[in-house]
Design a binder for this molecule. Structure first.
Ligand code: ADP
Length: 200
């Protein structure tokens, strides 16, 4: 299985790039943010529960994020791989994901980090706020989301660097160029995994 985490702050373009990766590599897209927004739109009990965190720019508690991610992932175990988007967001989530995948013998292959300068992130999210319709795309909340990212999610960078899985991509470039670099990272990984035939 090709399991990839697309990593980066809010506004880095993870969603856009995930859609392209899914199309090219036929992976199953697992986005906890999309999942929660769907629940909020349908006004389910889970949607009502997570709204208070999302609309204030905080993270949904780990146990909820983990439970929902597992439920969704377990329905698609037959897919050629997963792209995790917006998950994991804390060390607790990363450790839990690692044990879940290792138990099944399908570990994370690559963590692709889309890197964008903070002021650009802010501009992009505020720009999309008008048409995204997202209740968490307003100035005060966006600042908090970026702060939460720094405090709770950035520690994952060293976590995955230590595992040798971390690849940084410049996310300030045009969408096509960012995608080309991501494909290069994925293809290089796949090449490196090929068993070299023994020549006798
Ligand atoms: P963005 O990357 O723009 O912040 P997401 O769609 O990934 O957007 O997430 C939106 C919100 O959903 C987050 O601010 C957070 O409140 C919640 N959320 C999404 N994924 C997780 C997660 N793995 N753990 C906790 N909260 C999450």
């Amino acid at each position: 299985m090709l399991n990839i985490i697309i990593f980066g702050p809010p506004g880095s373009g993870k969603g856009t790039q995930s859609a392209r990766i899914v199309e090219k590599y036929k992976l199953k897209h697992l986005s906890t943010g999309d999942l929660f927004r769907e629940e909020m739109e349908n006004n389910t009990p889970l949607g009502r529960e997570v709204r208070k965190y999302i609309d204030t720019g905080h993270l949904v508690p780990d146990e909820i994020a983990l439970r929902e991610l597992y439920n969704r992932a377990s329905k698609h175990m037959d897919s050629p791989g997963f792209i995790f988007d917006g998950f994991p967001r804390t060390i607790v989530q990363a450790e839990a994901l690692d044990s879940m995948l290792e138990e099944r013998g399908i570990p994370i292959c690559l963590v692709i980090s889309v890197e964008v300068a903070e002021e650009e992130l802010f501009k992009r999210i505020m720009g999309r706020g008008e048409d995204s319709g997202r209740s968490d795309d307003n100035e005060k909340i966006v600042r908090r989301r970026l702060q939460v990212y720094k405090e709770q999610t950035m520690p994952l960078i060293s976590y995955y660097k230590e595992q040798g899985k971390f690849v940084a991509i410049n996310g300030m470039a045009p969408v096509d160029q960012v995608f080309a670099k991501i494909c290069h990272a994925i293809d290089t990984y796949r090449e490196s995994q090929k068993v070299i035939p023994v020549v006798e």
